[in-house]
Write a protein that binds this ligand. Structure first.
Ligand code: GDP
Ligand code: IMO
Ligand code: MG
Length: 452
C-alpha cells in the first residue's frame, strides 16, 4: 500500500467548525480608568462570556451595584451576572497570589459559583517580577530624576512581559501544574534574576529561595488547577455553538505599548489590536467596538498630558470624580477633554459607539474647554503624536463650550439633561463621527442613560 492510498483510506480530518458567533469589545480611549468596569457590567448580561486579553493586576475596574463597590483587577468585570463565563486569555499576565485573593473576595461578595477559565498559556507574574518592577522604577528616578520613572503600578507587569519576550526565563500558568518542570525552570531562572536585582539595588537584600518560590507557586497552581485550560479552543468552541463574547480591554489605548505615549505606557497592546494575539480569536469576529471615554481626561503615573490642569479646576475634577487610583490609590492627574487624542483612539480601535462616562463631574463649571488641535513649532495639527518627547511640548488649542450648573446624577434619559450637557454630548458625537450609546451620570449601574 502506498502512502497516498493509506492517507485516502483513513477517516477524513474533521473540518474546522465554521464560526457563527458574535463578538464585541469594550476598550478605554484615554489613559485608563474611563469607567470600563461599569460599562462591562452594564453589557455583560447579553453575552455568554467576558474575556480579558491584556494587562494584569495593574488594571482596576470598579463595578457599583446598589451602592456596593467592587474592585476587580484580573477577574473580568462581567462576573456579577449569573451564567456569564469569565475568561482570562493567554495575553494576560497573571499574579496567581493576587488572583486567588480576588477569587475569594468575589465569592465572599456572593457571586455564587464563579465560572472562570484561565489560559494555560497566560504568563505568570512571579514575586521577583514585582521586586524588579519597583527596583527599576527606583533606579530610573535615582539616576535620571523622578520624571523619568514611568510611574508603574509596581505589579510586575513590565518584567513579566519582558520575560515572555525573552522566552527562556518565562513561567506560564500551565507550568504551575507541573512540579518537576517548574522546579527545574526556577533553578535556571533564579540566579539570573538575583543578579539583575543586585545590579539594580546593590544595597537591598535579595532573598530568592527556590524551594519557597516553587512551593508557593505550586500551592497557588493547585488552587487554580480546575480553572486552568486551553482558552483558545474554549472560545472557538463557544463561537462555533453560536455563543457571544465580550472582550474587556484593560488599561487603555494611550497606554498601548505600540500605539500609546511611549515610553510612558504599559507593556501590552491594550487597544482592540491586542485581542487576536491575546485570545487566539481573529479580529474578523469583532462586529461592535464600544469605546469608553471620560467627559474629561485623567492620567495616573508619568508621561505627557497636554490638557492637564494644574490649578483649582483640576482639583475640582479630582474631588468631584473621586479620581484616586482603584489599584494604587494614587491621585490621578486631571485635565480637559483632548479631542486630538480621542479621535486617534477612535480610529485605532475602529470604534462603533461611545460610552461617555462621568459627565456628572463637569456640573458647575461656567465653561468647559475641549482641545481640538495641537500647536507644534507654531503650526496647528489635529493629528495625535504617540511619542512622549514630542507630546510633552505641544500646546493645546482649545474650543470653549458653555458649562451646565445643575447636578445631573438623577438623569435617566437624554431629555433629563440640561441643554448645555446635551450639547456637549452632541459635540463629541460630531467631532468623532461616532454615536454616543451610553451616557453615564454616576458610578451606580442605575445612573445610566442608554440609547443614542
Ligand atoms: P476602569 O479602570 O476603566 O474600569 O475605571 P475605574 O473603575 O478605575 O475608575 C472609574 C471610576 O469612576 C470608578 O470609581 C467608578 O465607580 C466611577 N464612575 C464610573 N462611571 C461614573 C460616572 O458616570 N460618574 C461618576 N461620578 N463616577 C463614575
Ligand atoms: P485600568 O484598566 C490607569 C499606567 C500606570 C503607569 C503605566 C505603566 O484600571 O484602566 P504598569 O504597572 O502597567 O507597568 O504601569 O500605565 N496604568 C494605568 N493607568 N489605569 C490602568 O488600568 C492602568 N494600567 C497601567 O499608572 O503610568
Ligand atoms: Mg481603573
Amino acid at each position: 500500500m502506498n502512502p497516498t492510498h493509506a492517507a485516502h483510506e483513513s477517516p477524513p480530518p474533521t473540518a474546522p467548525a465554521r464560526p457563527i458567533g458574535r463578538a464585541a469589545a469594550v476598550v478605554g480611549l484615554q489613559w485608563g480608568d474611563e469607567g470600563k468596569g461599569k460599562v462591562i457590567d452594564l453589557l455583560a448580561g447579553s453575552f455568554d462570556a467576558v474575556v480579558r486579553y491584556n494587562g494584569g493586576a495593574n488594571a482596576g475596574h470598579s463595578v457599583v451595584i446598589e451602592g456596593r463597590r467592587h474592585a476587580l483587577h484580573l477577574i473580568p468585570s462581567g462576573v456579577f451576572h449569573p451564567r456569564v463565563k469569565g475568561v482570562i486569555g493567554n495575553g494576560v499576565v497573571i499574579d496567581p497570589e493576587s488572583l486567588v485573593r480576588e477569587i475569594e473576595g468575589v465569592v465572599a461578595a456572593g457571586v455564587g459559583a464563579l465560572d472562570l477559565a484561565i489560559s494555560d498559556r497566560a504568563h505568570v507574574v512571579m514575586p521577583y517580577h514585582k521586586l524588579e518592577d519597583a527596583a527599576r522604577e527606583a533606579a530610573l528616578a535615582a539616576q535620571h530624576g523622578p520624571a523619568s520613572a514611568i510611574g508603574t503600578t509596581k505589579r510586575g507587569i513590565g518584567p513579566a512581559y519582558a520575560d515572555k519576550a525573552t522566552r527562556a526565563t518565562a513561567v506560564r500558568m500551565g507550568d504551575l501544574l507541573r512540579p518537576a518542570l517548574l522546579r527545574d525552570k526556577l533553578a535556571r531562572i533564579l540566579p539570573a534574576k538575583a543578579a539583575v536585582l543586585r545590579a539594580l539595588a546593590p544595597d537591598a537584600p535579595v532573598d530568592l529561595d527556590a524551594e519557597r518560590l516553587a512551593t508557593d507557586a505550586l500551592r497557588l497552581g493547585e488552587k487554580l488547577a480546575p480553572r486552568i485550560t486551553d482558552t483558545t479552543y474554549l472560545l472557538h468552541d463557544m463561537l462555533a455553538r453560536g455563543g457571544s463574547l465580550l472582550f474587556e480591554g484593560a488599561n487603555a489605548t494611550l497606554l498601548d505599548v505600540d500605539h500609546g505615549t511611549f515610553p510612558y505606557v504599559t507593556s501590552s497592546n491594550c487597544s482592540v489590536l491586542g485581542i487576536p494575539a491575546g485570545t487566539g480569536v481573529p479580529g474578523s469576529h469583532l462586529s461592535r467596538v464600544i469605546g469608553v471615554m471620560k467627559a474629561y481626561c485623567t492620567r495616573v503615573g508619568g508621561g505627557p498630558f497636554p490638557t492637564e490642569l494644574l490649578d483649582e479646576r483640576g482639583n475640582r475634577i479630582r474631588e468631584r470624580g473621586r479620581e484616586y487610583g482603584t489599584t494604587t490609590g494614587r491621585p490621578r492627574r486631571c485635565g480637559w477633554l483632548d479631542l486630538v487624542a480621542l479621535r486617534y483612539a477612535v480610529m485605532l480601535n475602529g470604534v462603533t459607539s461611545i460610552a461617555l462616562m462621568l459627565l456628572d463631574v463637569l456640573a458647575g463649571f461656567d465653561e468647559i474647554c475641549v482641545c481640538t488641535g495641537y500647536r507644534i513649532d507654531g503650526r496647528v495639527t489635529d493629528r495625535f503624536v504617540p511619542d512622549a518627547e514630542v507630546l510633552a511640548h505641544v500646546q493645546p488649542v482649545y474650543e470653549r463650550l458653555p458649562g451646565f450648573a445643575s447636578e445631573i446624577g438623577s438623569a435617566r434619559a437624554r431629555a433629563d439633561l440640561p441643554r448645555q450637557a446635551l450639547d456637549y454630548v452632541r459635540f463629541i458625537e460630531q467631532a468623532t463621527g461616532v454615536p454616543v450609546e451610553i451616557v453615564s451620570v454616576g458610578p451606580d449601574r442605575a445612573q445610566t442613560i442608554k440609547g443614542a
